[in-house]
Design a protein around this ligand. Structure first.
Ligand SMILES: Cc1cc2nc3c(=O)[nH]c(=O)nc-3n(C[C@H](O)[C@H](O)[C@H](O)COP(=O)(O)OP(=O)(O)OC[C@H]3O[C@@H](n4cnc5c(N)ncnc54)[C@H](O)[C@@H]3O)c2cc1C
Length: 456
């Protein structure tokens, strides 16, 4: 391919897939434009700890421009991608203060996934998702507000609804959130609100529609996880789904009614809606089918990686929506683009098992389950320690690692959760509020004129 300009590679998403691609391309003779709606990279595995007052939002996010420092050929554009046009090779971005159209030679889409309510509008209206940093802060504010309101509520039914939290989804996120909510209640809220709320219980209920938790884990670890949750006081309900939700209650499929104002939805995700803009038939969870080289079938110059990509492994199973998959795919897609530019054949994706450390889920203080390298099954304190070390290593930025470590040690020994501020921000428009510029100019002139008249 002969180009007069340096090849231009546009990457959508500064998550795990996108950033790994950027790192691989940064030193190559190409121009890179990285686009993300946020100006930070988010470490999703610790989102539930922000939602449950364990960590500050800034401790699990890292500014994109800080990561790109020193990468001269990489530019960053903060904005929402609203259109991908494969026929004229452009991407349209809403920056909040204007629309930009960016052309590309190669496009790498790594826009991740979103909370999936499986088309249940009513649940979507009431439930709290846990996918973005804003989601976690909104949930934190909500829980703290519920307890503050319960402290001054006379009606016992409303009080029960305010202090009962229902988590839907028996995967790692559901377990982690349920466990952390129960600990927040047990070690902190019960002590601070107990004297003001009669009969305070702080129920946490985990609902899963299958007859077991943690589907991909071996039965022994599933049972261990359930036991550990119940020991902490989390009520586990299996084989039930949420039938409907109202302002003060959740009704399960067996007719049981739970009074609550907090429904956390950790039951599923589907690919980013950007998948629909590529004009190809999508696969399970709205993911984009890709060749082993990670190119979109029918669009050779577009690569899709991470949660958005649908690719099957040698057993015919789709690769899971996990960080190591996204990272390895991001790197490979970048390498394949460079190989094409150098006239070399591209390589197929192969998920290196050794680099995949296995799967683990933490349940609470000294409680976790881990299937290390998909061989060794551990639960309890050892699994929890393995989880802590792994998450500290993978967290981006030394300052974040140190802060998180200090916070964990502090919380461990003091049983405290210090991040309990209710902070609600209203985004401010970039333009000054009030009259427009010409109107304000006219107002100023009128005032000056009035002074002059007075002085005369
Ligand atoms: C609560 C939670 C806990 C998790 N825990 C784990 C775990 O412990 N271990 C594990 O392996 N995986 C975990 N995961 C899954 C993991 O986060 C994903 O598999 C991984 O982030 C996928 O990487 P990605 O690059 O495809 O997308 P992401 O990392 O999600 O990045 C997508 C990026 O695209 C941006 N974006 C999306 N749409 C647009 C748009 N229209 N315009 C501009 N920018 C856009 C987003 O802002 C984001 O920065 C967890 C996920 C969640 C939600």
């Amino acid at each position: 391919m002969t180009t007069l300009h340096r090849p231009r590679i546009v990457i959508i998403g500064a998550g795990f897939g996108g950033l790994n691609a950027v790192k691989r391309l940064a030193k190559a003779d190409v121009d890179v434009l990285l686009i993300d709606r946020e100006n930070f990279h988010l470490f999703t595995p610790l989102l539930y700890q922000v939602a449950t007052s364990g960590l500050e939002p800034g401790e699990i996010a890292y500014p994109v421009r800080g990561i790109l420092r020193g990468m001269e050929r990489v530019r960053f554009l903060r904005g929402e991608v609203v259109e991908i046009n494969p026929s004229d090779k452009t991407v349209t971005v809403d920056t909040g203060y204007g629309i930009r159209c960016e052309g590309y030679d190669y496009l790498l889409v790594a826009a991740g996934s979103r909370t999936d309510y499986f088309g249940q509008e009513q649940i979507a209206q009431y439930a709290f998702g846990l996918k973005t940093l804003s989601d976690s802060v909104i949930l934190r504010n909500h829980i703290l507000k519920c307890f503050e309101t319960a402290a001054w509520t006379e009606d016992p039914l409303v009080r029960a609804a305010l202090t009962t939290m229902v988590v839907v989804g028996g995967g790692p996120t559901g377990l982690e959130t349920a466990g952390a909510l129960r600990e927040l209640y047990r070690y902190v809220l019960s002590k601070e609100f107990g004297h003001q709320i009669t009969g305070l219980d702080g129920r946490v209920i985990l609902v899963e529609m299958r007859d077991h938790l943690l589907s991909p884990y071996p039965p022994r670890l599933r049972e261990a996880a359930r036991r550990q949750l119940e020991d902490m006081g989390v009520e586990v309900i299996l084989g039930q789904s949420v039938a409907d939700v109202g302002e003060d209650q959740v009704r399960l499929s067996d007719g049981r009614v739970i009074p609550t104002r907090t429904l956390v939805w950790a039951a599923g995700v589907s690919a980013s809606p950007l998948a629909e803009m590529l004009g190809v038939p999508l696969r399970a969870n709205g993911r984009v089918p890709v060749r082993p080289t990670l190119q979109v079938i029918g669009h050779d110059d577009i690569y899709v990686v991470g949660d958005m990509a649908y690719l099957e492994d040698e057993r015919g199973e789709p690769y899971p929506m996990l960080i190591p998959v996204a990272k390895q795919q991001g790197t490979l897609a970048a390498q394949n683009i460079l190989r094409r530019l150098a006239g070399q054949p591209q390589r197929p994706f192969s998920y290196t098992g050794l680099r995949d450390r296995g799967i683990m889920a933490t349940i609470g203080r000294s409680r976790a389950v881990a299937w290390i390298f998909y061989r060794l099954q551990v639960s309890g304190f050892v699994a929890w320690l393995a989880w802590l070390v792994l998450h500290l290593i993978t967290l981006l930025g030394f300052r974040n690692r140190l802060n998180v470590f200090i916070n964990w040690v502090w919380n461990y020994f003091t049983y405290d959760r210090s991040v309990r501020l209710i902070l609600e921000h209203q985004p401010r428009p970039l333009m000054w509020p009030g009259p427009s510029l010409p109107e304000r100019a006219a107002e100023t002139l009128a005032t000056v004129e009035a002074w002059r008249v007075d002085e005369r």
